[in-house]
Design a protein around this ligand. Sequence first.
Ligand code: PEP
Length: 252
Amino acid sequence: MAKKIVAGNWKMNKNLQEGIELAKGLNEALAADKPNCGVVICTPFIHLAKVSEIINHNVIGLGAENCADKASGAFTGEVSAEMVKSTGAEYVILGHSERREYYNETPEILKEKVDLALANGLKVIFCIGESEAQRDKNEQNAVVKAELEGSVFHLSAEQFKNIVIAYEPIWAIGTGKTATADQAEEIHAYIRSVIAEKYGAEVAADTSILYGGSCKASNAPELFAKPDIDGGLIGGASLKVADFKGIIDAWK
Ligand code: PEP
């Protein structure tokens, strides 16, 4: 059975003090009312070390939103997977459509990042998903399959156990447009079938496949009720404790 997970992606929001307040608030809320799923918060790099000291890691996992495609050295401004791990973080988001689009992250670059993240003991939340134009042409299945083949299907089955997939249709991210639960389930089931073809039914059944794209407390229960949706990757609604907790509570 795949682990159920609700993961937050803070993106480039919250200064250090605001981030600390948010992490403290979430930690307190989940200490008072234990979640029924795994919870992860992925923060900007500068928050990681401090947030790591604040949260109860038995309840809240910590992740970065990116890491470098090089191990170390003269790469000014970059942050390596080893550095991320040394903060106490356990996860890293890779392949987010914003990084693919605005920072030209190709499948080859992402493959390097995935390898370095795993080599440093991080779990990877690997994002895939089609644009609106691709969905209009009914290309979504081919797009997600190619994204998996391009950056994670070189892994062994043992390594692949450290990959969480986040299906995020680009047209639903930050737009208020959510995929319907049926639309999301259809492609999640397809993604699981592609993983099963590559790694076998057992690995596929154990892989967490999260939905992301304007997920909120009001639509999470319907999405999470689907058999192939194992939780969510949450952007905007992860920035307030009450909103994020509302989504976490969808698993109750
Ligand atoms: C995201 O970018 O990972 C995301 C799902 O954003 P939002 O929830 O704001 O659509």
